[in-house]
Design a protein around this ligand. Structure first.
Ligand code: CTP
Ligand code: CA
Length: 225
């Protein structure tokens, strides 16, 4: 293991990883969120630390142990996560967005508890900042931006569009079939798509193995082969 760490192009690189869901407050006792377990982002953070990287893991609320050698910063909302990423990522070498960031938050969260009244109620939502796209937009040329894309309809073009729209170096595309791949499970079937359009479909793997294959691809981006 010692030789592997010093051999890796990721050794001593500063990597910021986001993981888990965010929670968006409706009122003092309720929130909007999603089923992200955080397992994929934690696996990436763990595998990167094992290769000798200096890893900051910006984590939404999850039920997972902090990986050995990883600095973990807990956040709750997308706005928290955005601020924390901005603070930590200025001098990073690689940003990996694995969080399931809530796309919207309630426009007017209420301090107390909303009382029930009529049979229906409206909840107005406003877009959250795109944390990954924000990083990619204002990064230095040497900084790499890596994303994930969860699609429910198995369409690779959508992942490719996200890579282009957010100006990423690599995107790991994940088909959500509700079973073996996606949220809350220990396995993932990823396809890695790079800027030049190269697609590398991976077999169904444990999240740990999938994380290592993603890091192999990032090492190739760094070394240029
Ligand atoms: N992401 C982010 N900040 C957001 C939304 C998404 O950093 N506010 C990141 C995710 O961490 C992921 C990538 O962007 O790495 C793609 O997220 P995804 O939800 O698949 O795509 P969206 O761009 O949000 O588009 P949509 O949900 O409409 O498919
Ligand atoms: Ca989204």
């Amino acid at each position: 293991l010692g030789t592997r760490i010093s051999d890796s192009p990721l050794a001593r690189k500063k990597i910021v990883v986001t993981a888990g869901p965010t929670r968006e407050n409706i009122d003092g006792v309720r929130f909007l969120s999603n089923y992200s377990s955080g397992k994929m982002g934690y696996a990436v953070a763990c595998a990167a630390a094992r290769r000798g990287a200096r890893v900051s893991l910006v984590s939404g609320p999850v039920q997972l142990e902090t990986p050995v050698g990883v600095e973990r910063i807990d956040v709750t909302t997308a706005l928290d996560m955005d601020q924390t990423v901005r603070r930590l990522s200025g001098d990073c070498d690689i940003f990996i967005g694995a969080a399931a960031v809530a796309d919207y938050r309630p426009t007017h969260p209420v301090a107390g508890k909303i009382k029930k009244h009529a049979e229906t109620m409206q909840l107005e939502l406003v877009r959250n900042p795109d944390i990954l796209a924000g990083f990619a937009q204002q990064r230095q040329p040497h900084q790499l931006a890596i994303g994930f894309a969860l699609e429910t309809d198995g369409n690779h073009d959508l992942a490719m569009q996200k890579l282009r729209a957010k100006q990423l170096d690599l995107i790991a595309y994940n088909t959500f079939d509700g079973h073996s791949s996606g949220f809350e499970v220990d396995t993932n079937r990823l396809t890695l798509i790079s800027r030049d359009g190269t697609q590398t479909p991976l077999p169904l793997l444990s999240k740990r193995d999938a994380a290592n294959r993603l890091l192999d691809a990032i090492e190739h981006l760094i070394t240029g082969n």
